[in-house]
Design a binder for this molecule. Structure first.
Ligand code: NAD
Length: 457
């Protein structure tokens, strides 16, 4: 099949689905979208890469994908870029053209450079795009994933993939449609493809410390960047929040979802799934200025699994304090520490008397490249007619973070099942189901949540 025919097939099969009807459509869908079989049959096809959200991680992810293709001997080319800001699209284009242009990895034109609030729609509908790298703020992931899947495109989605109950259900529904139509969704929880982590979790599950009875997780780091207010030409309220998205829970999910998800996901991975409930506290004591929106700066959450095992999580953004990013598991026979040395990925299992049972101490020097591995899995899966679908795990880990956040915001013990199945929790402003619009004067800026007076419904 020629490339042109592949793209015609993709366009003909395009399906537009309202947000509410996603799940129903998934059940009925047999859309004949551009399939991995078609890729496998196309032989020498160059996979067209598009990106929505040309920020730091997005530009990095493009380089990772092109490197993955180079290492696998496959052909991938960046063909389209989209962002709300022209300075971002230009920066990404320049970076990729200078690193990959001479190797045939760059082919963006003025016609395939999309800027504005609806840029993501234009990119997802473009016939030359086969894979959409989605690296906008997390609160918009449901939109970009829906658009990519409905246009028959494969997806790489950065974590977290949802920020509330509503967006959780959206991404699960989009995953169902993707699965039924042979589309891949690979996610940016890169610990899952890091040798030391995979090795540690396997040993845990094989019983190196006996049965897991409890765990501790830390994601304690410094404060993040803030881009200001646009200078002389002040950004409108929507653009301001989109540019400074980490500080607004409807866009980032708060720091526990945006950043701590990596370590919370590692615990879910070791336990074989998400917890059933959470009890938590948190607040804002060090970063209280209004420009830092309404996120908390610290969380303490106790998660509990069906078998009674508990995990204590601590996450914070404190400037000038001691940082710690690691996990510890406690088992019937001993303990395991993962990443005990700052800057090195390694693990050590000890008996309860402190003697080392088993360790992987060589750190990053013998490690793989997890950010590249996730793209190898994505493109190899597509070309080998075995598209990888991993939305459920990352959605569950994203919702686990949301569970911890909402338990802290409300002060109430909350259940995972309630958030997944019953809660109406939806953070984005009214009237935005089909995407953000530039500059509404009434963009909500809700108060910082106060435990006791804020209730999750
Ligand atoms: N896996 C990891 O290690 C890792 C590391 C960093 C970031 N991330 C994740 O990657 C994502 C992006 O983070 P980042 O650090 O690159 O942020 P960033 O702010 O640098 O990039 C986000 C980009 O999205 C653009 N954007 C905002 N709203 C948009 C819209 N409506 N349509 C199109 N573009 C829009 C912004 O202009 C910006 O260029 C986040 O989900 C973050 O959690 C993952």
């Amino acid at each position: 099949m020629s490339d042109t025919k592949l793209h015609e097939l993709s366009r003909r099969s395009f399906v537009k689905t309202g947000a509410a009807g996603l799940a129903a459509t998934a059940a009925a869908a047999n859309l004949g979208l551009l399939s991995s079989t078609a890729f496998a049959q196309s032989g020498d096809k160059v996979l067209g890469l598009g990106i929505v959200g040309c920020g730091g991680r997005g530009t990095g992810a493009l380089g990772n994908c092109l490197k993955a293709a180079e290492e696998l001997g496959l052909k991938v080319k960046l063909v389209a870029v989209a962002d709300i800001a022209a300075d971002r699209t230009e920066r990404t284009k320049k970076a990729i053209e200078s690193s990959w242009g001479a190797k045939g990895g760059y082919g963006v034109t003025d016609e395939t450079t999309f800027v504005g609030m609806d840029a993501y729609k234009k990119l997802c509908a473009h016939p030359d795009v086969d894979i959409v790298v989605q690296t906008t703020p997390p609160g918009l992931r449901y939109l970009t994933l829906r658009e990519a899947v409905n246009n028959g495109k494969h997806s790489f989605v950065e974590k977290p993939v949802c920020v509330d109950s509503d967006t959780y259900r959206h991404v699960i529904a989009s995953g169902e449609i993707a699965k039924q139509n042979g589309l891949a969704i690979v996610t940016g929880t890169q610990y899952r493809r890091e040798n030391s982590y995979a090795d540690a979790i396997k040993h845990l599950q094989d019983g190196v410390i006996g049965d897991i009875t409890a765990s501790y997780q830390y994601y304690c780091s410094s404060t993040q960047w803030h881009l200001g207010d646009g200078g002389e030409t002040k950004w409108d309220p929507m653009t301001y929040q989109m540019r400074n998205w980490p500080y607004f829970p409807w866009l980032s999910g708060d720091l526990i979802a945006e950043q701590s998800i990596h370590n919370i996901d590692a615990i879910n991975w070791s336990m074989g799934g998400p917890p059933i409930k959470a009890y938590a506290s948190g607040g804002r004591i060090a970063r209280t200025q209004p420009e830092y929106g309404t996120i908390y700066d610290h969380f303490d959450v106790h998660f509990e699994w069906e078998n009674g095992v508990k995990s204590a999580f601590m996450g914070r953004h404190f400037e000038g304090a001691t940082n710690k990013v690691e996990n510890r598991w406690i088992g019937t026979k001993g303990t395991m520490d993962l990443r005990p040395n700052p800057g090195r990925t390694a693990w050590i299992a000890r008996g309860h008397d402190g003697t080392t049972v088993l360790a992987r101490n060589t750190g990053r020097e013998d490690n793989n490249q997890p950010y590249v591995e996730e793209h190898k899995a994505l493109i190899a899966g597509i070309t080998n007619n075995a598209p990888i679908m991993e939305i459920q795990g990352v959605a569950d880990s994203s919702l686990t973070c949301i569970l911890g956040r909402e338990a802290a915001y409300s002060g109430k013990e909350l259940e995972f099942k309630f958030l997944a199945e019953t809660a109406k929790l939806k953070l984005r402003p009214e009237g935005m189901d089909d995407g953000p619009k530039a500059g509404p004067a009434n963009l909500p800026y809700p108060d910082v949540r106060k435990p006791g007076s804020y209730k999750v419904v």
